[in-house]
Design a protein around this ligand. Sequence first.
Ligand code: FAD
Length: 377
Amino acid sequence: MKAIVVGAGIGGLAATLSLRRSGHEVTLVEQTPRFTEIGAGIQLAPNATRVLRRFGLLDEVAARAYRPSEVCFRTWSDGTDVCRYRLGREVEDEFGAPYLLLHRADLREALAAGVPSASVRLDTTVVGIDQDDTAAHVTTASGERLSADLVVAADGIRSAARQWLFGADKALFSRTAAYRALLPADRVADLDLPELAVWMGPSRHFVHYWVRRGELLNMVAVYTADEAQQTQESWTARAEPGEQLSEFAGWDPRVLRVLERAGQVFRYGIYTRAPLERWNVGRVTLLGDSAHAMVPFLAQGAAQAIMDAAVLGDVLTDATPAEVPGALDRYVRRRLATATSVQAGAARAGDEFHLPDGPEARTRNARMAAHAARNRF
Ligand code: FAD
């Protein structure tokens, strides 16, 4: 069959790889003139790396990654360890795939390398999707009309396809924003930082981890912001010099040193999408952030998109054009409940991380410590 995938983010690339593995011919349509990825990190849990193994890409991705042996959760003011979870061999034994920390460009490049350039239409913006009984159609900004047996809209959190399929709804401001930066490892060598850490504090949390085999440190400093300060959802909006330091005043000196030495810091307004009751209509479906954008506090948005892609490939294996709508129903049945619960879990994680000092935070810490003690990882 022929498929069109709209959007060459992590979700669209994974969907393209998965559909090609299932024997289908795919055209991947992307509005930007080239594959680009911003300078930022990404954690990939085993639910995603297991899929990469199936795609035959795990070795290549792992070779560019950092493999953490553990994650530690700490208190904001003095870095007391609340708990540690093993992420190395124990996780790999249990789930059959590793936990990886990556530079986004490295992940995007590895995924893109699996897609033949002849299947990709860059610099092509989709301005409409429609369908009839036998095919789905995509209209581009230049007026071209492409047809296929199915269309997968992986067009991200600002998805226009979502609006065309289900009517107007918009991205919702999560009342959180993040300062983010990548630092050369030698700039923070004296700080004795853990491999992957989440520092939890009132209305804020601070995450850092190594990427690119430990050459770079990725930092994400999340803070709460009211509607009046609503910041744009942009990977390239620059923060004012030093702005991040006043937001995190009073935090552990190691956190402040990282924030201080970060160089150019970017400010990212964090948005979500309300859960949908369905993602598909006939021969067209959403996938990734267009379907289930979530706050990044469980580091699962891209992982869920990669899982969507894996299931999409499964349900369409051996399918005929007439069977596409039924297969897409099965895809959504297998993915929607999980993705929706991860969306809710990610929001809850933010609430927990951001508890004020006091009894609730102490209860959280005790619960996390007990949970970590019960688990091997
Ligand atoms: P996108 O990456 O947004 O891709 C959409 C693509 O569609 C873009 O290339 C866009 O140009 C293209 N497009 C849009 N409209 C059109 C159109 N009309 N025509 C043609 N092309 C179009 N997830 C994790 O799993 N682990 C993490 O550690 C993690 N950390 C995160 C940290 C932060 C600060 C944030 C904000 C998110 C994080 N996420 C993480 C979530 C993850 O980044 C997203 O869930 C994931 O990138 C979504 O991929 P996508 O392909 O669905 O969308």
